[in-house]
Design a protein around this ligand. Structure first.
Ligand SMILES: [Zn+2]
Length: 359
């Protein structure tokens, strides 16, 4: 008779960290069919906001489960200020009503909620009655979680899912440790937020940055390779040099002199590298409907914005990425009214072979 052999019990690493979980948005249908360089360039700017605009954020006063104490709100406010202090062209302003905000922030402490955020402009597709960001634990000693969720709100994905990172997981150890408290994640949630590699098209650049604010810390026993992280990986904390480099790349500060005037019926060449944005002011010479459009073999995103009591707000936009047509916006303007025309170049065959015109 043979005694059945027992496998040695596997030691599951204890994960003390609580992790953010997000839903990465799918590219729009038109962009799904793209391949090669065009796909890579279009997806690099996916879900990024039009630079120079003001993002409104708001906290909930009710229902009580979504409201957060002032000390927690202050941490989030400080985190917005830290991103802004990197000299970026986006502005952030707090407004009173969540329904009027682009970023709607809840502090629902239900353990099933945890912390998460919509990714960039995908929040515009969400129900306006629902939060786009949640903090599920105390932030007063954890501003990094606030910086991380705002990073998602600016359009940045998880860095530990960067396919260039080359992380080889002890997958079962990851699933088992995340299934335990404090995260209690399903296998699907763990797969989607840790194991799955992001499409190479959608990550920012090709370098892995283990110090990114968008990277989770990991305990010993979860990473097999690179070998130096077998004993765990702890990002440095705060924004890394590359976080700052990338946020300045997509949201450079808008110098007053960089905004050029656009005149009706005059074609203005766009000498933009993919990812870059040009800004123009157009003052309507008479009251009527105007069309703003781009020309050339290019994918562009046009956004018209104007000043308001809560900063510069986009009021009309069009994006022709993945379509064989030109971005075009038609708006009614009053004589003497000035609007800002922002053009983000998402893809172009040859730099310089595109133009913008108002008529
Ligand atoms: Zn996250």
């Amino acid at each position: 008779m043979r005694t059945p052999s027992k496998a040695a019990p596997k030691v599951v690493p204890v994960t003390a960290h609580r992790y953010c979980s997000i839903r990465m948005p799918k590219p729009p249908a038109a962009e799904l069919v793209l391949t090669g360089r065009r796909a890579r360039l279009v997806r690099e700017t996916a879900y990024k906001w039009m630079n120079g605009s003001t993002l409104r954020y708001a906290f909930y006063a009710k229902p009580a489960r979504r409201a957060g104490p002032e000390a927690q709100r202050d941490v989030v406010r400080r985190a917005f200020a830290i991103w802004k202090a990197q000299g970026i062209g986006l502005d952030f302003v707090e407004v009173a009503k969540p329904v009027e905000a682009d970023i709607r922030i809840a502090f629902d402490q239900d353990p099933r909620e945890g912390s998460w955020s919509a990714v960039g402009t995908d929040s515009l597709n969400w129900d306006r009655a629902a939060p786009t960001m949640n903090f599920g634990w105390d932030l007063t000693t954890d501003i990094d979680t606030a910086l991380h969720e705002i990073g998602h709100a600016l359009g940045f994905p998880h860095e530990h899912q960067n396919p260039f990172a080359g992380i080889v997981w002890d997958e079962e150890a990851v699933y088992l440790s995340l299934a335990k408290a404090p995260n209690k994640w399903s296998r699907k949630k763990t797969f989607d937020n840790i194991i799955a590699k992001i499409e190479p098209d959608t990550v920012q650049g090709s370098r892995w940055d283990p110090d990114s604010i968008m990277h989770y810390p990991f305990e010993a026993g979860l990473i097999k390779k690179p070998a130096k992280y077998r004993q765990g990986l702890t990002p440095a904390g705060g924004l890394s040099a590359r976080d700052i480099e990338w946020v300045r790349t997509f949201y450079p500060s808008v110098a007053a002199g960089a905004v050029r005037a656009l005149a009706a019926f005059q074609s203005t060449p766009l000498t933009l590298q993919p990812g870059a944005q040009a800004d123009f002011d157009f003052t309507a010479p008479e009251t009527r409907d105007y069309t703003v459009a781009t020309f050339g073999v290019a994918d562009t995103h046009i956004a018209l914005s104007r000043d308001s009591a809560v900063g510069r707000q986009v009021f009309a936009e069009d994006d022709d990425s993945g379509d064989d047509r030109n971005a075009s916006v038609r708006v009614a303007l009053k004589k003497g009214e000035t609007v800002r025309v922002g053009v983000r170049m998402r893809f172009i065959e040859a730099v310089g072979e595109a133009a913008v015109m108002v008529w």
